[in-house]
Design a protein around this ligand. Structure first.
Ligand SMILES: NC(=O)NC(NC(N)=O)C(=O)[O-]
Ligand SMILES: [Zn+2]
Ligand SMILES: [Zn+2]
Length: 460
């Protein structure tokens, strides 16, 4: 074997433990791990660095086509690459038109190919009235489907609409036939909208009013309802951005009763709480809303108990003016946190450095878990035969995040000003360095479209 690249002197985080040694890459794949003596065209000395599987961020909003001034494939994927992410699963909404037909799916895929610096899979959307588009989107290569039980917060022509219980039920019936999973934004739409209207009617438009309009029960209720409907229809479910331990326990209970259901939480629910929201302001507005320290501690317990399948960014970018709050009305501000560039470092800091998770749990949540969930073959694990998608993390560097560090289209983030006690220094995609701290990006984007290998009809 003549390797193309050898990474020397590293701490390699494999699925079964940490290997102190070398990693050889050939033809974009991991060829060997251990004490290696052979030569290679490229030798990377990783002394002092952790060699991790590149993150698989299973929840990213990219706004191209239609809203490229919010985030496009070029900027979004560069930010992710700089943060050590090598694959993303892209949500079907906030581009215009939203991805809710096979024709749009194919068009979006073609736009991303040639622009994305990292590999990508795409969701198809379930919206009112598009049950007939579900099968064709599965055939076009959808990673899964996404629906909103809450209202989405944007309503221009071509925008994505939430489902009511009827649309959800019919959609689940259609999705069950594809073998793919339905991912849900689970919050009760009627409760959230009317609780918000009550706050506004009382001239309560500060951050506390927004927190009060989305209590934990709106999430838990929606999770319970969706679980019941999924049981009736045999549809596989995935709950995105769960923000409460109580909701995770509902999912876990359904799993123990034999339902095929999984769940996600996000870096911000594990890092920021209601006090941080008040301090940071509108940049930290998202839905579900950030939780109290007590609810956050409960969520952490569920993560530590391995009841959560993946931790993502839910990167939901917007232009700076949509995150400003000129009328002092938090309800008017865009709901979404820009955070994808700081998935790996912020989460490593709060999870591993703080002693809450071990390295095996960490890589399971950021890489192996999401790759398995979305059938991303050969992704998410440092093992022989897998794609050489690798993030180098220096656990001994500290830095304070500045706007000029960010590669987003709009360099704003809830994490600006935060001290982060580790740093991603280099990212490899299928063996090729796509980002190096201080040097920048590879000249050409080489991200490829990823199929879900759990889909019916896709060769294993
Ligand atoms: N329209 C959105 O991008 N919404 C997102 N916004 C958040 N999370 O605040 C989401 O995932 O629900
Ligand atoms: Zn959502
Ligand atoms: Zn989202």
């Amino acid at each position: 074997m003549q390797a193309t690249t050898i990474i020397k002197n590293s701490l390699i985080v494999t699925p079964t433990g940490v290997v102190n040694g070398d990693l050889a890459i050939k033809d974009g794949k991991i060829a060997a791990i251990g004490e290696l003596s052979e030569a290679a065209a490229e030798v990377i000395d990783a002394q002092g660095q952790l060699v991790l599987p590149g993150m698989v961020d299973a929840h990213v909003h990219i706004n191209e086509p239609g809203r490229s001034d919010w985030e496009d494939y070029h900027t979004g994927s560069q930010a992710l690459a700089a943060g050590g992410t090598t694959s993303m699963v892209v949500m079907p909404l906030n581009a215009l038109p939203a991805r809710t037909t096979a024709a749009e799916f194919t068009r979006h895929r073609a736009i991303a190919e040639g622009k994305s610096y990292i590999d990508f899979a795409l969701y198809g959307g379930l919206v009112p009235g598009n049950q007939a588009d579900i099968g064709p989107m599965a055939d076009a290569g959808a990673a899964g489907f996404k629906a909103f039980m809450a209202t989405t917060g944007s309503d221009e022509p071509g925008d994505f609409h939430n489902v009511d219980d009827y649309d959800l039920y019919r959609g689940m019936q259609a999705i069950a036939k594809t073998g793919l999973r339905l991912s849900l934004h689970a919050e009760n739409a009627i409760l959230t909208d009317r609780l918000a209207a009550d706050e506004i009617a009382h001239q309560h438009t500060d951050i506390q009013a927004y927190i009060d309009s989305r209590p934990p029960m709106v999430e838990v209720e929606a999770v319970r309802r969706a679980l019941y409907l999924a049981k009736q229809t045999g549809c596989k479910l995935h709950f995105v951005h769960l923000s409460t331990g109580e909701a995770v326990r509902e999912v876990h209970r359904a799993q123990t009763e034999g339902q095929d259901v999984t769940c996600e939480t996000c870096v911000h629910y594990l890092t920021l709480n209601t006090d941080d929201f008040k301090q940071i302001g509108p940049l930290a507005k998202c839905s579900p809303v950030l939780r109290t320290p007590a609810v956050q501690a409960d969520l952490w317990q569920e993560v530590q108990a391995d009841h959560v399948n993946t931790v993502t960014s839910d990167h939901s970018p917007a232009p700076a003016e949509m995150k400003a709050n000129p009328n002092n009305n938090i309800f008017e501000v865009w709901g979404g946190i820009s955070g994808a560039q700081n998935n790996l470092d912020v989460f490593y800091d709060v999870a591993v450095k703080s002693g809450r998770l071990n390295l095996q749990q960490f890589v399971q949540l950021i890489a192996a878990g999401p790759a398995q969930l979305f059938g991303l073959k050969d992704k998410g694990q440092l093992r022989v035969g897998a794609d050489a998608d690798i993030a180098f993390l220096d656990p001994n560097q500290s830095y304070t995040l500045r706007p000029e560090d960010l590669y987003y289209k709009n360099p704003i983030s809830a994490y600006v000003g935060r001290q982060i006690n580790c740093r991603v220094t280099r990212t490899l995609l299928r063996g090729k360095t796509i980002f190096e701290l201080g040097k920048g990006f590879d000249e050409q984007p080489t991200g490829q479209f990823l199929h879900n290998h759990h889909a019916m009809g896709v060769a294993k």
